[in-house]
Design a protein around this ligand. Structure first.
Ligand code: SF4
Length: 485
């Protein structure tokens, strides 16, 4: 999972990009980077860690220019290392180019082998670098045509931002797998911004204009905006997991409110898996909206039986004398007085390996809960994602080899219920905002309405195994042997 942000026509482009990336931090915490252009040259800074740590004030001052693109990374292709951090910036025969990518290419290894046989030398293990090489090798004349030529050869998911000396270019793949939104500064309609999620626009005092359409290329210069559709149109396959878990609850993506979708998921879960209980609690924070929906539909009280610490860093030193459930206790603590002798429904968005759920159930029982009923606001997660979400292998996903009852026994809950695939799709589609509630896009047009019967508008491969784009599983044999310490 990654996040991208770009802006043009602002004297403090790097500072606004820095803020935009803060709003996308949940999409990637491993590395961050910004590249700016002052009209004649590109300036870049990338680093490992959180946005706040990578960009001290003096670095932002150094990033001069009126155009910028930025990236936060959670590695999905290539290990977590500075050389794989983005944006990637290069010099090539036609000038300078930087690119920031959210998504994953499914034919990157094959393309890379072909390019290497022809003499290309790669600096990183990132699939995004393949796009840069294809652009450099293209025989097309304009940068727009070179990008379109390169992207016509790649398969998979991409929401991309490109930066040249004088242009910002945004492209969303024809299936629209990963989100991408267009915004503008309030009172400055000439200052355009593009972001993985619209929450970035609030932080820069901007406003959401519209979603970038699947297959659309937006080309921004100082004085113009062009919308191109260089690819053949195909069936859309937007990632439905964005609504279940990844995106921020304050986002509206492709006309669907993430918060309302999650509440609907909880409501549907209560209808499919009711249970006699004293109250419902979420696994914070992502399970909260679904729990509100569950409590409402089941007419049960909503309680916060687990409290989450927001100050846990990504790294910590575990005592050498191992403490049981250390990791989970660091993040969550139960409210014992509330739970004692109670029948509790716990709502979470997914079960991956089952180990965390098992620890949570144990924690609740240790705090005195009499019954623990686990409810999951998505179906059993059985298949890995090849389109830009870092999921474990199929063998590590507990639902790929165990029935719901076996998982229930493993996590030691009294009962376990998953939302059905149909229930999930319906709940998300039902959160589509009515047309009147949607802001018009830049051309005064309103967004297209999703047809509720078009379930295949979404990618649901991690539950169904029906992958919308063919992929070649990574062999894992190719490794960077040049270590950069
Ligand atoms: S496989 Fe799952 S996580 Fe990946 S794009 Fe499809 S729905 Fe989203």
């Amino acid at each position: 999972m990654c996040g991208v942000f770009g802006i043009i026509n602002h004297g403090e482009a790097s500072k606004l990009t820095h803020l935009g990336l803060h709003a996308l931090q949940h999409r990637g915490q491993e590395s961050a980077g910004i590249v700016t252009s002052d009209g004649s040259q590109l300036i870049q800074h990338r680093g490992m860690g959180l946005v706040h740590d990578v960009f001290p004030e003096h670095q932002l001052e150094r990033l001069r220019g009126h155009i910028a693109i930025g990236h936060v990374r959670y590695s999905t292709a290539g290990p977590s290392a500075l050389k794989n951090a983005q944006p990637i910036a290069v010099n090539y025969a036609r000038g300078c180019l930087a690119v920031a990518h959210n998504g994953n290419l499914t034919n990157a290894e094959a393309l890379r082998e072909r390019l290497e046989e022809r003499g290309s030398i790669f600096q990183s293990m990132s699939d995004t670098e393949v796009i840069v090489h294809l652009i450099a090798a293209s025989r097309q004349q304009t940068i727009e045509d070179r990008i379109a030529d390169a992207l016509s050869q790649v398969r998979g998911a991409y929401s991309l931002l490109f930066l040249t000396e004088d242009k910002l270019i945004a492209v969303r793949d024809p299936r629209g797998i990963r989100p991408l939104c267009l915004g503008a500064l309030r009172g400055r309609p000439d200052v355009h911004a593009v972001s993985s999620e619209p929450s970035s626009f609030d932080l820069i005092d901007g406003e959401f204009v519209r979603d970038v359409e699947p297959g659309e290329m937006l080309v921004f210069t100082r004085n113009s905006v062009k919308s191109l559709h260089p690819f053949a149109s195909v069936q859309h396959s937007r990632c439905i997991f964005e609504y279940v878990y990844f995106a921020r609850p304050d986002a509206t993506l492709d006309g669907i409110s993430v918060y309302e979708a999650r509440k609907n998921l909880g409501r549907a879960l209560a209808q499919e898996h009711p249970v006699d209980a004293d109250f419902v609690i979420p696994v914070p924070d992502s399970g909260v909206p679904a729990t509100i929906g569950y409590a409402e539909a089941a007419q049960l009280p909503f309680e916060m039986g687990l409290v989450r610490s927001h100050y846990v860093g990504r790294t910590f030193i575990e005592p050498s004398q191992s403490i049981r459930h250390f990791g989970v206790r660091l993040k969550l603590s139960p409210i014992a007085g509330l739970l004692a002798n109670k029948r509790v429904v716990v709502v979470d968005d997914s079960i991956v390996r089952g180990t965390t759920s098992r620890k949570i159930v144990k924690m609740l029982r240790d705090a005195g809960a009499k019954e623990v009923h686990m409810r999951i606001s998505s179906p059993p997660n059985q298949w890995p994602c090849y389109y830009g979400i870092n999921t474990p292998t199929r063998a590590e996903l507990i639902a790929s080899s165990h029935t719901t009852e076996e998982i229930n026994q493993y996590i030691t809950s009294d009962t376990l219920g998953y939302l059905s695939l149909e229930g999930m799709k319906r709940a998300v589609l039902d959160a589509h905002q009515p047309l009147a509630a949607q802001p018009p896009n830049g051309n005064g047009r309103r967004l297209p309405v999703l047809n509720a019967s078009e379930g295949s508008e979404f990618c649901d491969a991690c539950w169904s195994g029906h992958y919308p784009v063919r992929f070649v599983p990574h062999t894992g044999q190719r490794q960077m042997r040049l270590l950069d310490l």
